[in-house]
Design a protein around this ligand. Structure first.
Ligand code: SF4
Length: 463
């Protein structure tokens, strides 16, 4: 039977019912499942798959920040000392030299520098880091790869941006968060509209293919009206992609958040008003809702991939490239090598010490079993392409997926009643309304959450 009672995309009653805590599924299983991991295993896995021709997605973590934003939950180190980065680059070089013998031949389709603040690095340090990568891995020329970097407009100069484009970066994501001056004071992140506009201008002048903005709703001193103004300003700047993240206030976990005045946070009701209005404005302006916080312009690669059913998702968020191994370099970074997740030490001293001693710094990891791989596929399909064809799953994994997921399909009936999915004998289809609530839909297939439902409280709320 096909269920077709699709409500309008913003149905507050349904949203309140499903606005629970849960993972963003940039990986399955999530990092919560990672176990103690001996770094020699990382090399064994790398050695075993040395002759693989799979493309690589390289992530480099640059943990330094000149100023600390009070909302931040990232792994970062506050410093104004540029020499701190020199020492870190020495260590990164050692790490790459240890990994290069196993990965140097593979084409790097995706490269991402994240942080922290990658442009904490000076022009010379950026050049050096890029050269180290180029020496140890096979970067693609002529913009054939998707090479991106996170840009903090407050600390990025024209020279840095021009250099990044010359080196081969073709995408940037700008941390904007909110243009409201009162909110900026409350989160300790002052950056004017003109500053962001200037970055945009330089990026366009220098031929970056894609500029993405990161925004956050639910910050202190935000109201529906103030965020409406921010969205108007964002639309005027015309970015190609926009991510609108939900601020999760977890001061017991993230020290800087203790400096946020809780009484200045918008109420849960107002937060939903802010998001409702924001989605409406972005859609009116022509942006397409991709899913899980992301919007893009109609001609964007992500929208084309969404329409063609080929959209992918990994630690870098949505992407058009799939079937890659991921190599994470730097403190706290996560790799995914042939069905095994491996994470580096989160503490910079430990990370630097272990690499200096000539060993890899992996300390946590997880090897996926057959059931994980099936569920990973299901979650990937639902969160990216909004549908799951049972026959395709049967063929790929040699299972009877309708029988395999009989329990999950029964539980999905409740979500179907609320208009989030339709389920028939051939497929599960996410509805328009369901695209806003992909996380609770995917959670139905998360074996670890089903075993330990309290685990979900370790994640932020869906909206
Ligand atoms: S939000 Fe970015 S710039 Fe601000 S403290 Fe966190 S990592 Fe640093």
């Amino acid at each position: 039977m096909t269920v077709t009672n699709e409500p309008k995309i913003w149905d507050r009653e349904v949203i309140l019912k499903y606005n629970i805590s849960g993972p963003r599924y940039t990986s399955y299983p999530t990092a919560v499942q990672f176990e103690d991991f001996d770094p020699t295993r990382t090399l064994e896995i790398a050695q075993k798959h040395k002759n693989s021709h799979k493309s690589l997605s390289l992530y480099v973590h640059v943990p330094f920040c000149r100023h600390i934003c009070f909302y931040c939950g990232c792994n970062k180190i506050a410093t104004k000392d540029p020499a701190r980065a020199d020492a870190y680059l020495d260590i990164l070089e050692k790490e790459m030299q240890m990994l290069a013998p196993y990965f140097s031949e593979r084409p790097v389709r995706q490269l991402h520098w994240g942080g922290g603040t990658p442009t904490f690095l000076s022009v010379d340090q950026i050049k050096r880091l890029f050269l180290i990568i180029k020496k140890n891995f096979s970067l693609l020329a002529d913009d054939l790869g998707e090479y991106s970097i996170e840009i903090d407009p407050r600390v990025t100069s024209r020279d840095q941006l021009v250099l990044l484009r010359e080196l081969g970066f073709n995408r940037i994501s700008l941390g904007v968060q909110d243009f409201n001056p009162d909110t900026q004071v409350a989160i300790n992140r002052l950056q004017s509209y003109d500053m962001v506009s200037e970055m945009m201008h330089i990026a366009r002048q220098n031929g970056f293919f894609s500029v993405s903005f990161d925004l956050i709703y639910g910050l202190p001193k935000q109201t529906r009206e103030s965020f409406d103004r921010t969205i108007e300003q964002v639309i005027a700047l015309n970015p190609d992609r926009i991510a609108v993240y939900n601020y999760a206030h977890l001061p017991e976990r993230f020290l800087p958040q203790r400096r946020i005045n809780e009484s200045e946070l918008p109420s849960p009701e107002e937060k939903l008003n802010i998001l409702d209005s924001c989605i409406h404005a972005l859609q009116q302006a022509g942006y397409v809702y991709i899913g899980m916080d992301h919007f893009a312009k109609p001609g964007d690669d992500l929208v084309e991939a969404l329409n063609e059913g080929t959209l992918q998702r990994n630690f870098q968020g949505y992407s058009t490239y799939g079937n890659m191994d991921m190599l994470g370099l730097g403190v706290s970074s996560i790799s995914y090598i042939n069905q095994t997740f491996v994470q580096n030490y989160r503490d910079i001293e430990q990370y630097e010490q272990v690499i200096s001693s000539g060993k890899l710094a992996s300390f946590k990891g997880y090897q996926l079993n057959d059931d994980d791989l099936i569920r990973q596929r299901v979650i990937q399909e639902l969160s990216c392409n909004g549908r799951l064809k049972f026959d395709a799953l049967d063929e790929q994994f040699d299972i009877d997926s309708r029988a395999y997921f009989a329990d999950e399909i029964r539980r999905l009936a409740f979500l179907a009643d609320d208009g989030l999915v339709t389920v028939d004998n051939h497929a599960i289809q996410v509805t328009k309304a369901g695209r806003l609530l992909l996380r609770p839909i995917c959670m139905v297939f998360d074996a670890y959450l089903q075993k330990s439902p309290t685990n979900k409280n370790r994640f932020s709320k869906v909206l």
